[in-house]
Structure formats: C-alpha cells, structure tokens
Design a protein around this ligand. Structure first.
Ligand code: S3P
Length: 182
C-alpha cells in the first residue's frame, strides 16, 4: 500500500538551456527509464515545430497545448519528464507534476545559460536582438516558480555525471525512506 505513494518519476524543470534534455537522455541510458518531453509531445500533437506554433498561433495557444500535454502525461512509474522551460508558469502544471514525480530544478547563471544556447535558433522567446538581456529578464521573473521544485541542482560546472549521480542518490534515498520495510 505504501508503494502507491512512492513517487517514482523524475521531473526536470529549469530555464531553456539548463540542460534538461541532455540530462534526461543521460539518465534514461543510466537508469533504463523512458523520457517524455513536453516539447516533443506538443510538436507531435500539433504536427509543426515550436517556432511555427508561436509565430502562427501565439504564446497563449502554445501554453494551452502545453497544459493539456502536462495533464495527459501518463501516470507511469520510472519515467523522466523533460519539461519545457515555461511549464512552471502555470501553478496547476507544477501541482500535476509534483503528483507524478520528484521535481528537480536544474539551475545555472544567465551567463552560463547564454553560453550554452547562443548558437541555437529553435527557441522563439530568445530570437530577439539582445537574447542575454531577455534571458536575464525572463529568468528573474521565473526564479520563484522554479524554486518551488522539490530539489535544486546546480549545473554551472557542466558536470553532468555528477548531476546524474546527485539525482539518482536523492531518488534512491527517497525510495529507501518510503520502503514498507523501513
Ligand atoms: C520555453 C522553453 C522551450 C519551449 C518553448 C518555450 C520557455 O523549451 O517549451 O520554446 O518558455 O521557457 P526548453 O526549455 O526545452 O528549451
């Protein structure tokens, strides 16, 4: 009975370029767990890339589809949920995700994030003349939302193995603490 209350999924949140997708893939290989990416599910559902969704239908439309995708994410065990950077803006999304798993915020400074994403063009919110200023502004607005995660993991050093190990350690400690044998 206790088993049903064990939240056996990993949910990754954080700003664009925080390393969520990269880390999801690494964790997936290490743990042999499936990854569900909210962005991929949106693209599949809409049959068009995210830049087209923003350009043709606008951000509010994108957020509505994103919300449907979050609420539809299968309630399975042992999945990694890779969330788009803006998922947390809707408190109902975060509540759903907290029910489905343990939420990790991957944090990094604006400068570090900028270094990681400056040559990419698939994020409409950052396709502006001064992406670093936009990034700083958005990150400042979103910080409080991200900090509602169960755990914050610093990714500034790009040491993804250490980040994987930290997350795996937390998950296994939680599983131990919730074990019916305890
Ligand atoms: C967004 C982040 C993107 C994608 C969309 C909007 C955001 O996902 O959902 O471009 O508002 O932060 P990534 O965080 O995976 O880049």
């Amino acid at each position: 009975m206790l088993k049903s209350s064990v939240k056996n999924n990993i949910v990754l949140i954080g700003f664009m370029g925080a390393g969520k997708s990269l880390l999801s893939q690494r964790l997936s290989v290490r743990l042999n767990w499936t990854v569900l990416s909210t962005d991929d599910l949106i693209v599949k559902r809409e049959g068009r890339p995210i830049t087209d969704i923003f350009a043709q239908s606008g951000e509010p439309y994108f957020r509505a589809v994103e919300k449907k995708v979050v609420s539809d994410i299968a309630r399975k065990d042992e999945i990694i949920i890779d969330c788009g950077g803006g998922v947390v803006l809707d408190p109902e999304n975060l509540a759903v995700l907290k029910q489905k798993g343990v939420v990790f915020y991957l944090s990094a400074t604006p400068e570090k994030i900028y270094q990681r994403i400056k040559d990419q063009t698939h994020r409409p919110l950052l396709n502006v003349p001064d992406p670093l200023a936009r990034l700083e502004e958005l990150l400042a607005k979103r910080q409080a939302f991200y900090e509602q995660a169960d755990y914050t993991i610093d990714t500034n050093d790009n040491d993804w193995q250490r980040v994987c190990e930290e997350i795996e350690m937390i998950m296994s400690e939680r599983a131990k603490n919730m074990s019916p044998d305890k």
